[in-house]
Design a binder for this molecule. Structure first.
Ligand SMILES: Cc1cc2nc3c(=O)[nH]c(=O)nc-3n(C[C@H](O)[C@H](O)[C@H](O)COP(=O)(O)OP(=O)(O)OC[C@H]3O[C@@H](n4cnc5c(N)ncnc54)[C@H](O)[C@@H]3O)c2cc1C
Length: 444
């Protein structure tokens, strides 16, 4: 049977597990976390060698889109497509503990499983806030999670990554081997190949961490945001917090905080929470101790398979301009979520030019989901000059203007030069495409 595209038969290694529309198991590749798709062909390699075969096959079929899927939680939704090829590396999901507090992870592993596998050894790797997210997407972009202020970004713990590049080669990138590629993989990885194996160093973690949920009832949201920002920036590095502000487009927005304190002594947890709890009247609260891996299994899943709409930015401080702008956004006639996550802390321990992710002084990651009205977009655009940089993983626009915000000019220049080396004809082009030569998109 010829399962291939345009009369080009599939490599023998991929035939048995390849999926076409209607095949049993195909529907699993039609719904990411937020966005749906209907790929023409799903290739499901089970080894790095099979990923090489898949890349060479996709290279012969540039006429259709190419998605790379690990955990399927990409917010831009570009791991799926309509009518194109998807190379799904979800089967490469090994989690192997190595000597010397290191772990080897496959891109298809989920962060919740990683945390659960490391917990019995008293070890952890800072990742995101949600356990179903895949290793592949997060560990090639950054990784801003519950332990970020204490341990930095996920990519800051990367020791080496094995990558199948656009010409089908399997190469290792580390400080010693292909250091330029290693630099690019830590923040712009999706443009440079398919990561098939990561090696990370790990940090110790106690059996439990503190987790607080506070529902605030602030009189003045802008003033509250400013106070939250200052207080978080001065919090102990073990404290990381996310504010979730939701607007129905009518009436008062709700303001909820999720706060993690990496300490297992209840008195220490309460003491470190106290300054945040005192910021505004608290309408509801809970504080508990739980294992870090249990924390990653919260909150409940929310799927909406329409066309997702989300923006993302980084801010050094929640200045009056940023706080007032966000407060005004909440009064726009749109229904949406706004999250203000901690970045900062140990993120700044790595120099800005050490990785493709550049925004080492940003203390806050601001992400919206929903919105989309003209009024909302205008208010968001007015805010842009007050931000400093962006983190690609929470953005649904993927064009050149987004890249110009995601990377400072010198970083973007270096990334384009590296794209010319590693993917000169733009095989990896479907998600935040860094054009090898120009700032504009071209069809190859
Ligand atoms: C509910 C939810 C919570 C989240 N929380 C956080 C958080 O706390 N912190 C944070 O930093 N991020 C967070 N994210 C964002 C998340 O990190 C990104 O969406 C990430 O890309 C998802 O990875 P994935 O492998 O699951 O996604 P996929 O959809 O499989 O991949 C997303 C994109 O990543 C690239 N990619 C995937 N696999 C590879 C690979 N093996 N090699 C090269 N490129 C690859 C491709 O461009 C692909 O389109 C969250 C997302 C969701 C949906």
């Amino acid at each position: 049977m010829n399962l291939g595209l345009a009369g080009d038969p599939l490599p023998r290694s991929l035939v048995a597990r390849a999926l076409l529309p209607g095949d049993p198991g195909y529907s699993r590749y039609t719904a990411g976390f937020f966005r749906s798709g209907r790929p023409g062909l799903v290739l499901r390699p089970q080894s790095p060698a099979e990923v090489q075969d898949a890349v060479l096959y996709a290279d012969r079929h540039r006429q259709v889109p190419l998605g790379i899927l690990s955990g399927g939680h990409g917010i831009s939704g570009r791991s799926l497509n309509d009518g194109g090829i998807v190379i799904a590396v979800d089967a490469l999901n090994d989690i192997t503990l190595l000597d010397g507090n290191r772990a080897r992870l496959g891109p298809g592993a989920r962060w919740g499983d990683v945390a659960a596998a490391l917990a019995p050894h008293g070890l952890s790797l800072t990742a995101g806030d949600y356990g179903s997210v895949g290793v592949g997407g997060l560990a090639t972009a950054g990784g801003i999670g519950w332990l970020v202020r204490e341990h930095g970004l996920t990519i800051d713990h990367l020791l080496s990554v094995d990558v199948v590049t656009a010409n089908g080669e399997l190469v290792r990138a580390s400080a010693a081997e292909n250091p330029d590629l290693f630099w690019a993989m830590r923040g712009a990885g999706a443009n440079f190949g398919i990561a098939v194996s990561f090696e990370f160093d790990l940090d110790p973690i106690g059996p439990q961490v503190g987790f607080a949920m506070l529902v605030y009832a602030p009189d003045d949201i802008a003033a509250f945001l400013q106070a939250w920002g200052t207080t978080i920036e001065h919090s102990h590095p073990t404290v990381t917090g996310t504010l979730i502000l939701s607007s129905s487009g009518h009436g008062t927005p709700t303001v909820q905080a999720l706060i993690v304190v990496d300490a297992d002594d209840p008195d220490t947890v309460v003491e470190r929470l106290q300054p945040l709890a005192a910021l505004a009247p608290v309408a509801n609260q809970s504080v508990q101790l739980m294992p870090y891996h249990t924390l990653l299994s919260q909150p409940p899943e929310q799927h909406d398979h329409g066309e997702p709409h989300g923006h993302s930015s980084l801010a050094r401080h929640l200045t009056p301009a940023v706080s007032e702008g966000l407060a005004h956004l909440l009064t726009s006639n749109s229904s949406f979520f706004l999250t203000v996550r901690s970045a900062g802390g140990a993120v700044a321990d790595t120099p800005a030019d050490a990785t493709a992710y550049a925004w080492r002084n940003a203390n806050f990651l601001i992400a919206t989901l929903g919105g989309g009205s003209a009024d909302f977009e205008a208010r968001w655009n007015q805010l842009l000059p007050h931000f400093e940089g962006m983190y690609l993983s929470f953005e649904t626009d993927t064009g050149p203007d987004v890249l110009a915000r995601a990377f400072p000019p010198a970083h973007l220049k270096r990334l384009r030069a590296l794209k010319r080396t590693w993917d000169p004809t733009g095989l990896f082009r479907d998600n935040f495409f860094i054009h090898p030569t120009s700032t504009f998109h071209h069809n190859f």
